[in-house]
Write a protein that binds this ligand. Structure first.
Ligand SMILES: [Zn+2]
Length: 325
């Protein structure tokens, strides 16, 4: 029996009805706001390709974190810029570097905010790769020891969750072992489990000053054409001890988010990355799109695909719109 018995439009007649039967209800609860910490004090430099996003010294990071917490956003993820880059990226595990100082400042301010830290070397290395380089190759095993050192220094500074984004094999296990050996068995790992080698990271590289100085990241990040391989990457990270797994980017990879959600019973995160943000901002500035509707539709789509946690530069705007609704 179909029409005229069944009329799906019956449940779309008013906003009250539509809200009543809505399958995906977005709120601020799963949002994470990415921030860029740089050395110094009183520094706040806007990233030209990412309107409203700044490189900030720790004192400024805390001020914006206050605003983030007040908006009801539960978490931030911190990326760091070093004073000086070197071959191994040694500022990544320096207790006095920008990320570590920012965590400490957020803790001292007693903000009701989860602090997640990005764990990688690319912002800190002179060559811009996510691991140790020798003879033009990015070496795996020596890199994971350094990544574990970086994660430990974040835990010591007071991070709640560490998030390795390097895509070296075995890094989750190395970080878990290192954290546990130092009494940080309760610090969770959010792994960038399925991270694709993507052109959508372009504006981020300006923000994090992490463009590789030679070659590209295709020998460690995933080929955008592969979906089954993403499930294998996720499975390996879970076996190594990841607590939350992430798919990155988000919007062009909704099918991957869906497949990960269906296969694994752990929290799934997605990173709505820089170019996804910048494209919306640029089109909105030209008056070509309705920014609010586009952003809320994007965030709904990412959650509908299966990600309950969304890292997004739109977090503050979205929270303002959602809180007013
Ligand atoms: Zn990296």
């Amino acid at each position: 029996m179909t029409f005229p018995i069944h009329r799906p439009r019956r449940l779309r007649r008013s906003e009250a009805l539509r809200g009543f039967v809505r399958e995906t209800r977005i709120s601020t609860e799963g949002l994470v706001y990415p921030m860029f910490a740089c050395p110094g004090t009183k520094i706040r430099t806007e990233v030209s390709s990412m309107p409203g996003i700044y490189q900030q010294s720790p004192d400024q990071i805390v001020e914006e974190c206050r605003e983030v917490a007040d908006l009801g956003i539960p978490a931030v993820i911190l990326f760091g810029l070093p004073e000086k880059k070197d071959e191994t990226g040694s500022e990544a595990w320096d207790p006095n570097a920008a990320v570590q100082r920012s965590i400490d400042a957020i803790r001292k301010a007693k903000l009701n905010l989860l602090v997640i830290t990005d764990v990688c070397l690319c912002e800190y290395t002179s060559h811009g790769h996510c691991g140790v380089v020798q003879g033009g190759e990015v070496l795996n095993d020596p890199s994971i020891a350094l990544l574990a050192d970086a994660a430990l220094s974040h835990a010591r500074a007071g991070a709640d969750i560490v998030a390795p984004s390097d895509m070296m094999d075995g890094r989750v296990a190395a970080i878990r072992t290192k954290l546990d050996a130092n009494g940080f068995q309760d610090i969770a790992i959010l792994s960038y489990a399925a991270k694709y080698s993507s052109a959508f990271y372009g504006p981020f590289r300006e923000a994090a000053q992490s463009t590789p100085q030679f070659g590209d990241r295709r020998s460690y990040q995933m080929d955008p054409a592969n979906a089954r391989e993403a499930l294998r990457e996720v499975e390996l990270d879970l076996e190594e001890g990841a607590d939350i797994v992430m798919v990155k980017p988000a919007l062009p990879y909704l099918d991957i988010i869906r497949r990960v959600r269906e296969r694994f019973d752990v929290p799934v995160a997605a990173y709505n990355v820089s170019a996804e943000f910048s494209m919306v901002k640029a089109a909105a500035q030209k008056g070509w799109i309705d920014e609010q509707r586009i952003v809320l539709e994007i965030l709904t789509a990412i959650q509908r695909a299966g990600a309950s946690i969304v890292l997004t530069y739109h977090a503050k705007d979205a929270a303002r719109w959602l809180n007013h609704c």
